[in-house]
Design a protein around this ligand. Structure first.
Ligand SMILES: [Zn+2]
Length: 242
């Protein structure tokens, strides 16, 4: 079974439980016995963000599979070269974990999008663009995609800001003092592009210098409309001096 690991949990003295997403966009868990022993060979199969092919012959029988060996499909170890990459990586993994919190909920496209995001983070230097596109994907899947074509209240296409509470762009008549990106036309445009785009458009978006307020707005959207709080977000703001 191919999977990308997004979470590790200590279990008993020597064991680890790893959680990941498989190619069918299902959350899967494996118990890796003895992974924390000093001479453990299985610890090489527990690296977060890596894609593995685990041996699995007990499908649909038990909720927690027992690790019986596997092979590395793809490593993303260059992400560890930069603190900003690590901070974005932590947000990606935590968001993936929270997108499939319940075993029954299947987030269609999560495997492909997480894989793509990790590949780009590994090779490119557009960390904030990668994270922004992944957050936009998450908002879409949660059904909380921001309205970015016209004012959320009146259909006016002359917009001046973004209202997190109302769920999208607002015109001058419907703008309130706490709205974000007020009269910051370039950043409003960026926010619109990101919401319209996917990882397939990455090349075209590479010349954008993503303003951190974009990430901040997505984080607020996920928080207020998706009830998702990213604990790793604070580290990102610290690292980037945002
Ligand atoms: Zn309006």
């Amino acid at each position: 079974m191919k999977l990308i690991l997004f979470k590790q949990i200590d279990y008993r003295d020597n064991d680890l439980i790893v959680n990941g997403i498989n190619e069918d966009d299902q959350r899967v868990s494996f118990l890796i016995k003895g992974a924390k022993k000093s001479n453990s060979k299985s610890i090489a199969y527990c690296t977060l963000g890596n894609e593995y092919n685990y041996i699995c012959d007990d499908e649909d029988i038990i909720r927690m599979h027992r690790f019986k060996g596997g092979e590395l499909v793809k490593s993303h170890h260059h992400i560890l070269d930069s603190l900003l990459k690590i901070a974005c990586f932590n947000c990606l993994l935590e968001l993936s974990d929270k997108l499939c919190k319940e075993d029954e909920i299947i987030t269609d496209g999560l495997y492909i999008n997480l894989n793509k995001a990790l590949d780009l983070l590994e090779k490119e230097s557009h960390e904030l663009l990668v994270l922004a596109l992944f957050m936009a994907f998450a908002c879409d899947k949660l059904g909380i995609k921001p309205m970015v074509d016209k004012c959320v209240e009146c259909d006016n296409s002359k917009i001046v800001g973004l209202s997190i509470d109302k769920g999208g762009f607002v015109c001058q008549n419907h703008h309130e003092s706490n709205d974000k990106l007020y009269k910051n036309i370039e950043v409003l445009k960026q926010f619109r592009y990101i919401n319209k785009a996917s990882f397939n458009n990455f090349e075209q978006l590479c010349n954008l210098v993503i303003d951190f307020s974009i990430i901040n707005c997505f984080n607020s959207f996920l928080n207020i409309h998706g009830a998702i709080t990213l604990n790793s977000y604070e580290f990102l703001t610290t690292i980037g001096n945002f």
